[in-house]
Design a protein around this ligand. Structure first.
Ligand code: GUN
Length: 285
């Protein structure tokens, strides 16, 4: 029987814990306050932001969206972020990506004050990954943090296991590779130029696909003898439906466990973000 790595049971536990921690902070006069900065009105971004707001408010934290015109100049944008960095009421800031082409030349990931960087993108925060730490009191990038949380919740062993990560993005592929290595997995980081992907995935105990291509992973990538665990980070639309990177119907019977899309990594990313907000607020208190 294949185990479905659904986020909901873990999300329920985390919401209960974060609600308590949020209440304690509020009693001490420190309301967790998330600001999301969106440039323009990208529909996918607006959907992600709606989810962030919902979970924030569910645990009792404050949420505000600053939606900026996509014609905003670099100077005006930098001033806006500086104001939020210096506002003592704001305890967590997200610059929703992508930003407008004009702003892309800015080093966006390092603009937010590292103490308020709940995305975990600032080099002062990613430094912890390089240093080999896996401490829960650091602001780690949300999707990788959520993936590790999901693997731990379902008691999937990592030590000594071969993990094949596909995709080398700054948001998912690179940081999850380091977190897995810090947890004693043997990590192969594959990408679009990798020549022997099928060979690699067939020797994997854990496959993490973060490419953003529907039906990339098929039966031909799986060795059914290995009892592989698959984490599908993809969010793609196929025939009007939200699907991951894995051809789910044909692959899922051949593996030990697989995270569904939707309902797997997506909700873990949002809960990790709110967890980072509470953590950032606690550290300031
Ligand atoms: N756009 C897509 N994913 C993300 C994310 O994790 N953080 C931010 N800030 N923008 C995104």
């Amino acid at each position: 029987m294949t185990t479905l790595l659904k986020a909901q049971p873990l999300v329920d536990q985390k919401i209960a814990d974060l609600t308590k921690r949020c209440q304690t902070l509020i009693q001490n006069g420190r309301t967790p306050f998330m600001k999301v900065v969106l440039v323009g009105n990208n529909p996918a971004s607006l959907t992600y932001i709606k989810n962030k707001k919902r979970i924030c408010e569910m645990v009792g934290a404050k949420f505000e969206l600053d939606q900026l015109d996509d014609k905003i100049t670099k100077d005006e944008f930098l001033k806006h972020i500086e104001k939020l960095n210096n506002d003592p009421a704001v305890t967590g800031i997200i610059i929703q990506l992508p930003v407008s082409p004009e702003l892309k030349t800015l080093r966006i990931t390092n603009l937010v004050n590292p103490e308020k960087d709940i995305d975990g993108f600032h080099s002062k925060n990613t430094q912890w990954l390089y240093e080999g730490s896996y401490q829960t009191n650091h602001l780690l990038p949300c999707t990788p943090k959520g993936i590790i949380g999901l693997l731990d919740f379902y008691q999937i062993p990592l030590k000594g296991k071969h993990a094949v990560v596909i995709g080398r993005s700054l948001i998912v592929g690179k940081p999850i590779s380091m977190l897995l290595s810090n947890r004693d997995a043997t990590v192969t980081l594959a990408h679009s130029k990798t020549e022997n992907l099928v060979e690699l995935t067939k020797s994997a105990d854990i496959i993490i696909s973060a490419v953003g291509r529907a039906e990339l992973i098929t039966v031909s990538h799986i060795n059914p003898q290995r009892k592989t665990v698959i984490i599908d980070v993809g969010m793609n639309t196929l025939d009007g439906k939200l699907v991951g990177d894995v051809k789910f119907d044909e692959v899922s019977p051949l593996v030990a466990a697989i995270s569904p899309v939707p309902g797997g990594v997506g909700p873990m990313t949002v809960i990790s973000l709110v967890e980072n907000l509470i953590l950032a607020t606690e550290k300031k208190s």
